[in-house]
Ligand binder design. Structure first.
Ligand SMILES: *Cc1c(COP(=O)(O)O)cnc(C)c1O
Length: 413
């Protein structure tokens, strides 16, 4: 008799985006003339830049000729891309990373869900609340949590790191003992970012407590303030305690192209039950070698082109475009009286609902009265209740129009 992985049955329907789609669908059916503006999506809208398209075309042509055809590539990624990453993302920031510490993959979603496989099955982890849902959901599926606790609205056995106005929506180390901590910096959904100093206290904590940090830097390209580090390895000692996840999805528009990478430093260890330290890099190498044949050659050439002078310039122009949208949302809603967080080092604005409204109440109101789609903060964790996430990934025109419509509602006197 085949038994199921009952951990899957613990999952509470996180039907956030489906619920949003249903509500928007119902509204459009009832009001076909409504001009809906979507500031809810966490997906980019600008097309792939010319330098990257050109690199992909060239790689496609190579695949069509016997002399340049490529079959299976190295599971860790091609040397040309790992070298480009080391130079473009780390050396440029004064950080030395060895190409053997880089593992190219097909998405940070995959990486953030799978990285836990190299840790003990009885691991205890901490996550920010609210946060990108993949860290928590994947750990539930791997059996690293207790059941859903209806009364508390949380999963038993999980250490939640509440993010609120009191800590500037920046998580602080827990008192409880944990093995792994997931950090997303700059944060999705709150758009806030920890400074070098704040991240430094996480690294100190991790070194002291022998904790491993899983550091998701998917929004690194959106950092504008010099106090915010672009990689955790800018912090002294971080290589001993941190795995960094990077993605080309938000910086180069690869949400449909698919490419990412993981840094597992040679210096990073975890422990056997008898206390012996074990290097994690060879474990992740083995895991990748066994579970995957890597990312397509064409896509790795595309990612390489992100580091070319032209490619980088073009991608940063798109990032700037989104960031201008972010500022329009942030400043426009502040002017309307809203309390707004984020949108300075990330494409997300995190707004407090007025008069103690629930996230979904304000979501419905903005959909019906302004025809603007947002994302309820409560979908990202219990401490997201009372907030909405607005994204800067729309067009300039729609972003300006949406802000005007929200301002015209005069929700805050
Ligand atoms: C968008 C996003 C990613 C990127 O995932 P991909 O699978 O690389 O597209 C990773 N982490 C966070 C927090 C994100 O918001």
């Amino acid at each position: 008799m085949a038994s199921v992985n009952e951990n899957y049955l613990k999952l509470q329907g996180s039907y956030l985006f489906q619920t949003i789609a249903k509500k928007v669908d119902a509204y459009t059916k009832a009001h076909p003339e409504a001009k809906i503006i979507r500031l809810g999506i966490g997906d980019v809208t600008r097309p792939i830049v010319p330098a990257i398209v050109e690199a992909m075309h060239k790689a496609v042509d190579e695949m069509g000729k016997a002399e340049t055809f490529r079959g299976y590539g190295p599971e860790q990624g091609y040397e040309f891309l790992r070298e480009a990453i080391v130079k473009g993302d780390f050396k440029s920031r004064g950080v030395d990373i060895d190409p053997g510490e880089v593992f190219v993959s097909d998405g940070a979603k995959t990486d953030s869900a799978c990285i836990q496989e190299i840790f003990g099955s009885d691991l205890k982890f901490a996550v920010s609340d609210p946060v990108y849902p993949v860290y928590l959901d994947s750990n539930i599926m791997f059996g690293h949590t207790g059941p859903w606790n209806e009364a508390k609205g949380t999963y038993d056995g999980v250490v939640y790191l509440p993010c609120s106005p009191e800590n500037g929506f920046k998580p602080v180390p827990p008192k409880e003992k944990v093995d792994l901590v997931y950090l997303c910096n700059p944060s999705n959904p709150t758009g806030t970012a920890m400074t070098k100093e704040e991240l430094g206290s996480w690294v100190d904590y991790a070194r002291r407590e022998k904790v491993v940090l899983i550091y998701d830097a998917a929004y690194e390209a959106y950092i504008t303030e010099t106090s915010v580090p672009h990689t955790i390895y800018e912090i002294e000692g971080a290589k001993d305690v941190a795995i960094e996840l990077r993605s080309y999805s938000k910086c180069a528009g690869f949400t449909g192209v698919r490419c990412s990478y993981v840094i597992v430093p040679h210096a990073l260890v975890a422990y056997k039950k008898d206390g012996t330290a074990v290097e994690l890099n060879p474990l992740w190498n083995r895991r990748q070698g066994t579970f995957t044949n890597g990312t397509a050659y064409i896509i790795q050439r595309a990612a390489e082109a992100y580091y070319s002078e032209e490619g980088h310039k073009e991608c940063m122009a798109d990032v700037d475009y989104y960031m201008t949208n972010a500022h329009i949302i942030r400043d426009g809603l502040k002017a309307a009286g809203f309390t707004v967080y984020g949108a300075t080092n990330s494409p997300y604005a995190w707004i407090e609902t007025p008069k103690g409204m629930k996230s979904w109440e304000l979501f419905d109101l903005l959909l019906e009265k302004a025809n603007v789609v947002t994302t309820p903060g409560s979908g990202f964790g219990p401490h997201g209740e009372g907030y909405l996430r607005l994204t800067a990934f729309g067009t300039r025109e729609n972003t300006e129009e949406a802000v005007k419509r929200i301002q015209a509602l005069h929700l805050i006197q």
